[in-house]
Design a protein around this ligand. Sequence first.
Ligand code: MN
Length: 487
Amino acid sequence: MATIGDLIKIINQEKLKVDKDLVRLAYDFAKDAHKGQVRKNGESYINHPLCTAITLAKYHLDQDTIIAGLLHDVPEDTDKSLADVKKEFGPNVAKLVEGITKLGKLKYRGIERYTENLRKMFVAMASDIRVIFIKFADRLHNLKTLDALESKKQERIARETLEIYAPIANRLGIWQLKGQLEDLSFKYLYTKDHKELKIALDKNFSERGDLLKELRLKVADMLKKEKIKIIEISGRTKDMWSLYRKLQAHNNELHRIHDIIALRIIVPEVADCYKALGVVHNKWRPITNRFKDYIAQPKPNGYQSLHTTVFCDRGKTVELQIKTLAMHQAAEYGIAAHWHYDEKGSIKLDEGLDWVQELSKWQKEIQDSKQYLDSLKIDVFQDRIFVFTPKGDVIDLPENSTPIDFAYHIHTEIGDKATTARVNNQIAALDSHLKSGDMVEIVIEKGRKGPNRDWLKFVKTRAARDKIKAGSPKGLWGTIASLRGKE
Ligand code: MN
């Protein structure tokens, strides 16, 4: 359980310009409003808004946002109304709380809800980006306490996070938060794979952890000798979901991934980055083709750093990432690293960043809902598609799956007895390729004996293949064999 003291501590540590008395007042107000309420995991309710506010403080959000984080569930879940919030904490806080309440109750089920959900996120973002930060912080804590919910709900929340929230966090450049959201969702959506990867990683870490410690000291020594100032040298581990995606592209061979653990070197100026790189390359030989200058040529999402992989002592390889503090913070906090407070203490974006305009441009790019889906999912789910049952449940299948794959995914009997399919209310062939966003319905013939072996020629999923083989009439040879068996 967090305490108000924890929140105040972060505010002090991060040197935020926040009226701490007002924050305490908001905490008391929320605690009183939620009095007697208990979350599914048994904690008293106030812990949830408090953890939400703590995340917001860690991301350097402003006073109104931190207070709104404390109050974000008050109008929805307590006797106190939005008007009460406005009376006590003013119209700015009330507006943020209203924004988050409006985003609230939508559940991710089916294509209609999906696009509706996305649309709401964009509207909220365009009106005040801070609402999205509150939503992310809220979701982060909900994911951390997901164990208490039933598995269907866990899956819905995890999938919504992976498909909607994480891509938006990515677009906003808040990569640290994106990584957390993804890794927490990963655990609930692909539990077995997550567990296996974790075991493999733990083994890898214990081998590499000591090496990294040793290298940290050596690099620090080398840079000091050349009089290069160091802000920080630390180990950084790749987020699990992004590692998982990368592994799928590399035949699941962990040893082929070079950046599972990297040494992150943070220095004051851009010139120091190149100096440090020179020092390191002078001592250790770089692996060809593994050097990337993302300072001169930032990644499309704006990421900047120098990356190099070197053979260090005893022939081991390690990735080094060299960047300035500003680059580091931009990567951690995203858009939140680009704002500052003016004399009046209200939040302003750095010059040259017309951020609302950027967003509305982005919004226009993807106005059409189909395009929404594609553009947002493109990075995350390259070889999966998402189709919907008539009830709006989401089914996730490999690319080029057919209505038969879908049918077997729903139920063996539906697969075995399938005769035709309707995709988006139109008759479709059983071997047609489904696309993300399709609504699929299977027509069955009750009296049908079993599946058609010809389906094996086009099905995509192993489940469908196995079930067709198991369920299909045996054919001539099978029949002869079984007759013989009877002799
Ligand atoms: Mn909440």
